[in-house]
Design a protein around this ligand. Structure first.
Ligand code: GLA
Length: 381
């Protein structure tokens, strides 16, 4: 049964009533613009056809009461007295979002709901941002708060940074809040303004999960952020976004070799991202694919956030005749690659790449041929 119907039916079964509305918040994949968001640069993500759904209605006390079907758990929290993170797993994302909304001055109304989703957790497809934006949508509906995608994304990021304790940039929450069907978003992570970038006709996006996860992602991520900040400081700019590839050539000698490679990735990646959006507007799938290939090389050699599994997946993808470009996506060190593929060959690309990857690594991959969908929405039941 589709998730949408499952949460409605379970709501009915558990609470003995029809839910008032449904909330849907998608996961995301980033086409290009990796490790640029926290450098005030550009990213080019799309919201995907995997999402978190909540069926809900408003209640008149101060308790939020949620059944999480995927965990087979039920959790509650009181809107009065949200002060610091507890250890309630998935519920902390909801509590943190409520806390961030209250901190921004919103008066929240309580609700009860049934939640389920199909975004794989921990794969780098932003299941946590989806949970935060679904929660924000639920509170916005229950309390009649205006939905400003950028403001809500900032609050979701605040929940992630300060409540959950993960030091992410703005990309994931923003694309989850503002995504559009059939489009990626060229998002300026400094102003939070964005332009729609249409997916080239005849091309499909395929997500290739390596099935590998690495525990050190958080510390490596924080180390990369610190190196980028150090490079910006030595360049005398607010963020690496303020340097273009030509200016960078004169400035690089100010940095040690490692920091210079980090800066070179970010500065060239921001330029590639803007170029990629232009290629999409021109309907030039081949150019977009080439930029994705270059992005992977830069992430592997200069930013050093790829992994043997990701490199193998990208290499196998690249060897297929249906492939226009491929790269690791998300924070790195494991998780997923993304490929741009000739739509007519997408299914055979998916099957062939998965078997080539299994033969080379012995790991069990997961492959998703995906569509670009709308960002977080409230829908009638
Ligand atoms: C993670 C973070 C994002 C972004 C990417 C790298 O997904 O959550 O904010 O920094 O890594 O591009």
């Amino acid at each position: 049964m589709p998730i949408r119907e499952r949460v409605v039916e379970e709501f009915d079964r558990r609470f003995g009533a029809r839910p008032a509305v449904l909330v849907r918040a998608p996961g995301r994949v980033n086409l290009i613009g990796e490790h640029t968001d926290y450098n005030d640069g550009y990213v080019l993500p799309m919201a995907i056809d995997r999402a978190v759904w909540i069926a809900l209605d408003a209640t008149s006390d101060t308790v939020v009461d949620v059944v999480a079907l995927d965990m087979n758990e039920r959790g509650c929290f009181d809107l009065n007295g949200l002060r610091e993170r507890g250890d309630q797993g998935w519920l902390e994302y909801l509590k943190g979002t409520a806390w961030a909304l209250q901190g921004a001055g919103h008066t929240l109304r309580s609700w009860r709901g049934v939640m389920a989703g199909d975004i794989p957790v921990g794969a780098g497809l932003s299941s946590s941002a989806a949970l935060e934006m679904a929660t924000a949508r639920a509170f916005a509906w229950a309390g009649a708060l205006a939905w400003d995608a950028a403001a809500m994304a900032r609050l979701g990021q605040k929940a992630e940074n300060q409540w959950v304790g993960v030091n992410c940039g703005i990309m994931d929450q923003m694309i989850c809040a503002a995504g559009r069907q059939d489009h990626a978003l060229l998002l300026d992570c400094r102003s939070l303004q964005y332009q729609l970038a249409p997916l080239p006709s005849g091309a499909t996006v395929v997500i290739l999960d390596t099935g590998t996860r690495r525990g050190l992602v958080d510390s490596a991520y924080n180390e990369r952020r610190a190196q980028c900040e150090e490079a910006a400081r030595r360049f005398g700019v607010k963020a690496l976004r303020d340097v273009d590839p030509v200016q960078m050539q004169d400035l690089l000698p100010r940095l040690d070799a490692v920091t210079a490679r980090r800066a070179r990735h970010v500065v060239t990646e921001i330029a590639r991202t803007v170029e990629a959006a232009a290629a999409m507007h021109a309907g030039d799938a081949a150019a977009l694919g080439r930029l994705m290939d270059l992005s992977h090389r830069s992430l592997r050699e200069d930013f050093e956030v790829s992994s043997p599994a990701l490199d193998t997946m990208v290499e196998k993808a690249r060897q297929h005749r249906g492939c226009l470009g491929a790269r690791m996506t998300g924070a790195g060190f494991g998780g997923c690659a993304v490929a741009l593929v000739d739509a007519a060959r997408a299914e055979c690309f998916a099957a062939d790449t998965a078997s080539a990857y299994i033969a080379a690594t012995g790991n069990e991959p997961a492959v998703y041929v995906c569509r670009a969908t709308a960002g977080a929405l409230v829908e009638p039941v």
